[in-house]
Design a protein around this ligand. Sequence first.
Ligand code: NAP
Length: 250
Amino acid sequence: MPISDYRTALVTGANTGMGEAITRMLSAGGVQVYGVARNAAKLEEVADATGMRPIVADISDPAAIEAAVAGLEIDILVNNAGVSATGNILDATAESVDAMIDVNLRAVLHLCRLLAPGMVARNRGHIVNISSIAGTYNFFGHTAYHATKAAIHQVSRQLRNDMLGHKVRVTEICPGRVETEIFGRNLGGSPEDLKRAWEEFYEHYESVTTADIAGAARFALESPEHVNVGLIEIMPTLQVPGGLTFDPSR
Ligand SMILES: NC(=O)c1ccc[n+]([C@@H]2O[C@H](COP(=O)([O-])OP(=O)(O)OC[C@H]3O[C@@H](n4cnc5c(N)ncnc54)[C@H](OP(=O)(O)O)[C@@H]3O)[C@@H](O)[C@H]2O)c1
């Protein structure tokens, strides 16, 4: 089905990275996008380029989420915004654990709670959740991040049961490494941090691009109405999960 069969979309994290790419793809397809993020200036830049309507909000705050979506009829919900952190549970701060749960998981549940009933009532909708291979495989990443992304996998599956009998589809896109700001933000978010992260994580490795992710979302959205693309795992060809690690000490 053409994307333009959907009229509206709400994309979290629409001002950069995958959210920006998905916003551009949806806008080009004729969908009116409402884009959510905290950085108003960056949101405005994407809005100017695409016609997206900016909503400046911090989705770690459930009241801000309610205010952001009040009165909106949304056909496509893209739960994309996410935060991560360096380290693991051994050196985690209370704030970093809460931020990951609040943005990566709690906001997703609240947005589904607020917007899915309208999709069901109108018998038209599509929820796209961006998870991560961190939710599927264990490797040396942040424990709280892995936990929230594993939860998004289960949320995506469970939503299908919640909305059975209606023309509302759910797609989980599960990326490996994608070239975005996320690793630079983990290091502090300054231009120097972004440069350092690029050198460490991207310069010498092949990554998936944000356009690849937008293309995966488009594939799911454009599939015939009777087809629910449930899960797309997408990694760089030269990245694989797996392997066993043994510590030689005892
Ligand atoms: N990049 C990767 O390698 C990779 C791999 C697997 C999965 N993912 C997942 O893919 C998704 C997109 O990540 P990305 O790599 O594109 O990240 P990114 O470039 O760091 O962008 C993150 C986005 O989330 C928004 N955001 C963060 N906290 C927010 C909050 N409290 N309220 C509202 N918006 C908030 C940011 O906008 P503001 O800062 O302006 O609010 C920004 O638009 C995330 O869920 C991430 O976990 C990324």
